[in-house]
Ligand binder design. Structure first.
Ligand SMILES: [Zn+2]
Length: 402
């Protein structure tokens, strides 16, 4: 099928399965691997488009379900899409809306036709079909659009239902491809399903890859499954996917998950966690997550993270705000400013981590980067999570070695 992207593979790690690439989308180039912040309602809670741009974010996520409800398709068509709506000159990825529907609406029911649900506004029965999801995403005008898939919890013990969901997702991909009106300007990604069953995942990879979409996502994960099982699925799928296409693992955002998933061959990630946790007073740093609401920070006059170049931590002399932990502690529970500042820092942290990973892959020193990352985060090897140690050993990096 037509493609509106260019994928330039720049480097491959000589030990792990990590890659560095440049993904050129209709609204400009995006360095891979990348973390994509989630701007649910066409706004990243706590950041203006200018502040988001300042973090060097060049691809963020919008939710089709939320935009379809409000402002709605007619307004999106009238204004000319989500880029114009939010004054965002860079790239946007939208989800299909299906996951939100199934996770937010208890009464959602999946049939072959689509996802049936009751409108949260007036309770009237509604139906999200693959065709409707694509039509909404065509109106949004996002650079990457996602197929509607049949998502069930990866931890479901019901193999028959899991197989049905995987096969239905393939059928729905065909309907999405047929319904897509703007393949020259919007890139449709398929979504590999199959739960934690590697046989189902392999069959799904084969079917989806044959449809030749511009990019490929691995879905249905990050739903509370064991991390070992998560890693096996990602590792298996990336082993079967074409080298010259972007690979997006949906719903992943903890720093250690990002580092391990890149080592397993994935390129793109999204998660609400870094921005959501900011609203609870949590700062993401290379030595772990700090809850700045804790009393011990009341007199801590250091920046959130020493040497951080985000607009919040950077000293005033360098054009930053020179914010201290003590200040955030002071405002965190009273003012939304605390959440804004932490959101700024957390998004910067995630993007900076991905930048560091990319540089390490390009310079072929990614295994050393991984060692340094875990040493700083956990201080002692005995505290390293066993799932991460196991997954990394599987791709040639033994963290326990001296
Ligand atoms: Zn910072």
């Amino acid at each position: 099928m037509p493609s509106a992207l260019k994928f330039d593979l720049l480097a491959k790690c000589s030990v792990t399965k990590a890659r560095a690439a440049t993904l050129t989308l209709p609204h400009g180039p995006v360095p891979l691997p990348i973390f994509m912040p989630v701007a649910t309602q066409a706004s990243l809670k706590g950041l203006t488009p200018e502040q988001l741009e300042e973090t060097n974010c060049r691809l963020c996520l919008n939710n089709t379900y939320h935009l379809g409800l409000k402002p709605g398709q007619a307004v999106l068509d009238a204004i000319g899409g989500a880029h114009k709506l939010q004054s965002w000159p860079h790239n946007i990825l939208t989800d299909s809306g299906g996951f939100q529907m199934v996770s937010l609406l208890k009464l959602a029911k999946v049939t072959e036709e689509g996802v049936r649900f009751l409108s949260p506004h007036d309770g009237s029965p509604m139906l999200l079909t693959p065709e409707h999801s694509i039509s909404l995403q065509n109106s949004i005008g996002s650079d990457i659009i996602m197929q509607l898939d049949d998502v069930i919890a990866a931890t479901s013990p019901d193999f028959a239902r899991m197989e049905e969901a995987m096969l239905r997702s393939v059928r729905w991909l065909d309907r999405c491809i047929a319904a897509h009106r703007k393949p020259e300007t919007q890139n449709l990604f398929c979504i590999i399903q199959g739960g934690l069953d590697l046989g189902l995942r392999r069959r799904c990879c084969e079917e989806m890859v044959a449809r030749d979409t511009p990019g490929i996502a691995i879905g249905g994960l990050s739903g509370g499954e064991a991390k070992e099982a998560y890693c096996r699925v990602v590792d298996t799928c990336t082993g079967l996917l074409p080298e010259k296409k972007p690979r997006y693992v949906m719903g992943v955002g903890y720093p250690e998950d990002l580092v391990v998933s890149v080592a397993l061959g994935a390129d793109m990630f999204d998660c609400v966690w870094p921005t959501r946790t900011a609203r609870f007073g949590n700062a993401v740093t290379s030595s772990g997550t700090l809850n700045l609401r804790h009393a011990s920070y009341a007199t801590d006059f250091r920046p959130i993270e020493d040497g951080c170049t985000c607009a919040c931590c950077r000293p005033q002399g360098d054009g930053g705000l020179g914010i201290t932990r003590a200040y955030i502690h002071h405002v965190a529970s009273k003012e939304t400013a605390g959440a804004h500042l932490l959101t700024m820092h957390n998004v910067h942290y995630q993007l900076n981590l991905m930048r560091g990973i990319r540089e390490a892959v390009v310079e072929d020193r990614f295994p050393g980067f991984i060692r340094g990352f875990f040493a700083k985060l956990y201080l002692e090897k005995s505290k390293y999570p066993t799932w991460a140690v196991g997954a990394l050993k599987g791709v040639g990096v033994d963290l326990m070695e001296d």
